[in-house]
Design a protein. Structure first.
Length: 385
């Protein structure tokens, strides 16, 4: 989520209609995503994508980019967009649900998303008392809203999660949360670099600060958010350790510092003299995540690496290389800060060393027919078939 450019939303009148502008730096992944939203159009004059300004389209944008990147809504008036035909009692209930989520210490984005989905669900059945709603009402809502609006599987999973929490908060409906099922989410394999490619990128990075950032992200498996929030006080040089505070899920963890990184760290520190954060932007503030993405992209071009590489690719590569070096999957889970072992297990599918040891059946067949004791003409795929 943190590895792609942040999206900024704005409201503007364009072609005599109120539009919702979706602005972000050029990025193929985000462009492909915005194209899945019905009615999304690119404007050369506005230099932005736009859709009709409505609460449905805002919800669609938020759900489409959820878990992909941050959507900044500071540039729009949410009061107008979130207008629904809710009764005073329903508004009071939803406000209580919002406070209930805050009390459970969910993240700001999760509270916003869950409240949004439940508000839409309540609004959809605004003429039906909540106490009478059943699982069939949930199914009809999904069919009429999620399916027809082409919402993603992840959005549907979030709605079910929100509904399960809402039922615990308001246990007077006839909805059975044990029957509610989340659809299975897509399982995509992470893109990884070889160790040689990682070294090529570092070597091609001439700027000392940029080189230190790339080397640290890879050698510690950091998320981009963890890197930019990293403080000098988090380094324990004498123990060759780094403490990552408030990682995903508000968890702290320790990771080891590479011996080969320490001279680079010393050189960088004495050259740039950061005061608070490991890397600092203007006025000793946090460094920009987008700046990291941009110089990493340039370093890859200099290193003649044409595949798409993000800071998270370095984290994926770190995990995969640990696994290939024989590190136990449980330790890798701890180093990455994963809550569930299933999340870490995905790296077993991209472990190159094991894959290379598996003999391809085509090679086996050709070796068999080309045995020295076989009098038949030797088979060569490129020529004499």
């Amino acid at each position: 989520m943190k590895d792609l450019p942040e999206i900024h939303l704005e409201q503007k009148k364009h072609k005599k209609k109120h539009q919702l502008l979706v602005k972000f730096p050029y990025n193929d992944i985000l462009i492909n995503k915005i194209r899945t939203i019905d009615g999304a159009t690119w404007s050369r004059t506005l230099k932005s994508w736009y859709v009709e300004d409505s609460k449905e389209n805002l919800q669609l944008i938020l759900s489409t980019f959820k878990n992909i990147t941050t959507v900044n809504t500071n540039g729009i008036s949410l009061k107008e967009v979130f207008k629904r035909n809710l009764t005073p009692d329903q508004k009071k209930l939803l406000n209580s649900f919002y406070l209930y989520l805050k009390g459970k210490r969910y993240s700001k984005s999760t509270i916003q998303t869950y409240t949004f989905f439940i508000a839409d669900f309540v609004n959809f059945y605004t003429k039906t008392p909540l106490d009478e709603l059943t699982n069939r009402n949930v199914e009809l809502f999904i069919e009429k809203v999620f399916i027809e609006r082409n919402y993603s599987v992840s959005s549907q999973r979030q709605f079910i999660s929100a509904l399960k929490i809402f039922i615990a908060f308001y246990p007077f409906t006839k909805i059975n949360d044990l029957v509610l099922e989340r659809p299975k989410k897509s399982r995509k394999l992470p893109s990884v670099l070889s160790q040689e490619e990682v070294l090529q990128i570092i070597a091609a990075t001439q700027n000392l600060k940029h080189r230190a950032i790339i080397a640290l992200i890879y050698s510690c498996g950091l998320r981009i958010s963890e890197l930019i929030n990293l403080k000098l006080a988090d380094f324990h040089i004498e123990r060759k350790q780094l403490i990552v505070k408030n990682g995903k899920g508000r968890k702290d963890r320790y990771v080891s510092l590479a011996d080969s990184f320490l001279p680079l760290l010393s050189n960088y520190y004495h050259s740039y003299k950061p005061k608070i954060y490991f890397v600092e932007g203007q006025n000793e503030g946090r460094y920009s995540a987008e700046s990291v993405r941009q110089f990493l992209k340039k370093s890859c071009l200099k290193a003649n690496i044409n595949k798409r590489v993000t800071p998270h690719t370095l984290r994926h590569s770190y995990a995969t290389h640990l696994l290939e070096n024989g590190v136990d999957i449980r330790y890798i889970q701890s180093l990455l800060g994963h809550a569930k072992p299933e999340t870490t297990m995905i790296y077993t599918h991209v472990k190159r060393k094991d894959l290379m040891e598996i003999q391809n059946p085509l090679d086996t067949a050709i070796k068999k027919i080309n045995k020295p004791d076989n009098n038949n003409e030797k088979l060569v795929l490129s020529g004499n078939i």
